[in-house]
Design a protein around this ligand. Structure first.
Ligand code: G3P
Ligand code: CA
Length: 362
């Protein structure tokens, strides 16, 4: 990793500083608890968020979808059979449905068909019981949280921990929700306003895989925005379904400049930042372009299970063998590898590993 650090630092020192303040770029990288400490507790639950705060997270992340009565709740999918006990609740059999969401077909139980009061009767469960075999012991304990409740956990957690814990909400399926008559951006801004966390310097980043909601957040507030990126982008049919005519071109420098006009940062899957060459791992052109345009970088997908580490890194023995209590130091080494790229933070299911990597000397 010694090859990556000098290059990252060199880029870091020469980048343009617009629109993100230089102080924000040079600040200590942040640990973003991805769905809470979701490597240890069922995701998006109070237990998961509280453990994340105890483990040293700076931000807690809720993915957001909507209830029938228009409340933002913390779930990764609007179809909740994978993360709740809804399939074992006969009183909700009549809600079983098949729907097309962002071009993909799903069958199950959908949050937009339930009121908040109904959803509050469900209990959360571990999404990956085979992989995270310690976590199912916590199944059946936690309820589904509203976004407002997640903000309160962060605000109260800040008081208890004696340091600022922020929120990092992600708007899931905003255009699909729009077709149902929901305005997620307005709901998000209203919740943040209610919590008095709607100003530029409040500890909030709004993230989305879709540009339009972030552009709207920028028009209507001074909140910080982060555009999530993968190698995926909607095909023409999906663009037409949602009447969209703009998608940024992140293969070109001009595309990054455009994104910097409505986003403060990028949230790339970590594989976009690193290339593997014969000498080892090196920063990618994507990383260079983002830093050149002054965009914060908060990658995701930094976990410890070999199954969840993106190819080609999972094939590297020194990284992939570092979990299940065998070699925690190897797992932390992977986290450090990512920080050494010069990123401004990372999303992780294991905030403790991330915090340890930040404390570890080179
Ligand atoms: O929000 C960052 C990362 O969480 C994006 O992926 O699918 O886990 O929401 P996902
Ligand atoms: Ca997310």
């Amino acid at each position: 990793m010694s090859k990556i650090l000098p290059l990252a630092l060199a880029l870091f020192c020469t980048i343009g500083m617009n629109p993100v303040e230089a102080s924000e770029l040079s600040a200590k990288p942040i640990v973003i608890a991805h769905r809470g400490a979701s490597g240890y507790r069922p995701e998006h639950t109070r237990s998961s968020y509280q453990l994340a705060i105890e483990q040293g997270a700076d931000f807690i992340e809720p993915d957001l979808v909507m209830t029938k009565d228009g409340v933002l709740i913390a779930r990764h999918e609007n179809e909740v059979s994978g993360t709740t006990d809804v399939a074992d609740r006969p009183e909700f059999n009549d809600r079983y449905a098949t729907k097309v969401i962002d071009g993909e077909t799903f069958t199950g139980w959908f949050t937009e068909d339930f009121t908040l009061a109904e959803l509050k009767t469900l209990r959360a469960k571990e999404r990956r019981p085979a992989l995270r075999f310690d976590t199912p012991q916590f199944d059946g304990t936690d309820e589904i949280l509203t976004f407002q409740e997640v903000i309160t956990i962060a605000q109260k957690g800040s008081q208890t921990a004696g340091r600022t814990i922020g929120v990092y909400p992600e708007l899931k399926h905003p255009h699909y929700h729009e077709t149902l008559g929901f305005d997620m951006v307005s709901a998000l801004l209203a919740d943040l306003e209610k919590a008095d966390w709607s100003k530029r310097n409040d500890p909030v980043f709004v993230q989305c895989f879709w540009p339009a909601p972030l552009q709207e957040v920028k028009r209507r507030s001074t909140l910080k925005t982060v555009f999530l990126t993968t190698r995926w982008q909607p095909d023409q049919a999906l663009m037409a379904t949602y009447k969209l005519n703009y998608w940024p071109d992140l293969a070109s420098s001009a595309g990054f400049a455009e994104v910097a006009s409505w986003a403060d940062g990028l949230g790339p899957s970590v594989d976009l930042l690193i290339v593997e060459n014969p000498d080892g791992l090196a920063p990618s052109a994507f990383l260079h372009n983002a830093q050149t345009h002054g965009l914060l970088l908060h990658p995701w997908g930094i976990n410890v299970e070999p199954e969840l580490i993106p190819a080609p890194f999972a094939a590297r023995a020194d990284i992939a063998k570092g979990w299940n209590g065998i070699a925690r130091d190897q797992a932390i080494k992977w986290y450090k590898t990512v920080f050494d790229l010069g990123v401004n933070g990372m999303f992780t299911d294991y905030p403790d590993m991330s915090a340890s990597a930040l404390r570890t000397e080179p």
